[in-house]
Ligand binder design. Structure first.
Ligand SMILES: NC(=O)c1ccc[n+]([C@@H]2O[C@H](COP(=O)([O-])OP(=O)(O)OC[C@H]3O[C@@H](n4cnc5c(N)ncnc54)[C@H](O)[C@@H]3O)[C@@H](O)[C@H]2O)c1
Length: 247
């Protein structure tokens, strides 16, 4: 298979539910995808499924040096990165008074620092080629204070949205767009395992569309934002929340 070096994407957290859906969609769209995750065993089935289009990579995005090295290796072996999806994230439902220093740092290091390290490593190449797409997976929690999500998580996603706007502004005139997506409750273990049956029922009552979001629906928005048709959208955080928050 000949390699189209212009269509190389990185998806962080590719072993997770959203990461799998996003990676599949990008491959369907002709991308080779670096499946980046701290869980190599979790990546294995997806890498097998996607075949030659998949480049599985074991990397802890909370470690600056590891991200720098990973991105250098990717670009040396596989060419320039044109799309970065900052999707990896960890959830904490601990509210302020119950949040330890350790928990605070654990969440911020992955959800914010990791996206910062990856964005910093990928942006120069995108700018140099005059084209690039970054998509950051934020959360509705940052807009409404987190219904069930805790303080560190909610704060990390608010900061990720601010990072999105800051980098979008920095990319003025460069051909690189930077956007975020703010899902509410996606049907994933984050929702099915970390919430009680009572919490889930109460949420379903509040969501106008009466169901949780499917991972494929978020992947579809990623796909749109990286497509040429979305070339006039930058510095935007796209809501996908079934009407839980309107306007
Ligand atoms: N599931 C939801 O309802 C929901 C709602 C809003 C936002 N989000 C966000 O969407 C993203 C994906 O969520 P998901 O439900 O697919 O989660 P998930 O737990 O299924 O996947 C997250 C992935 O990130 C990886 N990861 C964690 N720490 C890492 C690190 N240090 N380095 C590299 N990879 C790491 C995990 O191994 C995992 O594969 C997250 O950022 C999450 O905050 C999810």
């Amino acid at each position: 298979m000949s390699e189209d070096k212009e269509k190389l994407a990185i998806v962080s957290g590719a072993a997770g539910v959203l990461g799998v859906a996003i990676s599949r969609d990008l491959v369907r769209d002709g991308y080779r995808v670096v499946l980046l995750d701290i869980d190599p065993e979790g990546l294995a089935p997806l890498a097998t499924e996607l075949g030659d289009a998949a480049i599985p990579l074991d990397c802890d995005i909370s470690r600056s040096a590891a991200v720098t090295e990973a991105c250098e290796t990717i670009q040396r072996l596989h060419g320039p990165v044109s799309v970065l999806v900052n999707n990896a994230g960890v959830l904490s439902n601990d509210k302020l008074e119950g949040t330890s220093d350790t928990e605070w740092n654990r969440i911020l290091r992955v959800n914010l620092d990791g996206a910062f390290f990856l964005s910093r490593a990928c942006l120069p190449g995108m700018k140099a080629r005059g084209w690039g797409r970054m998509v950051n997976i934020c959360s509705l929690a940052m807009k409404i204070g987190g219904l069930t999500a805790g303080t560190a998580y909610t704060t990390s996603k608010g900061a990720l949205a601010a990072l999105t706007l800051s980098v979008a502004r920095e990319c003025t005139g460069s051909g690189v767009t930077v956007n975020g997506i703010a899902p509410a409750y996606v049907r994933t273990p984050m929702v099915t395992e970390m919430l009680s049956a009572e919490q889930r029922d109460a949420l379903l009552q509040q969501i106008p569309l009466g169901r949780f979001c499917e991972a494929e629906e978020v992947a579809h928005v990623v796909n749109f934002l990286v497509s040429p048709l979305a070339g006039y959208i930058t510095g935007e955080i796209v809501d996908i929340n079934g009407g839980l928050e309107m306007g």
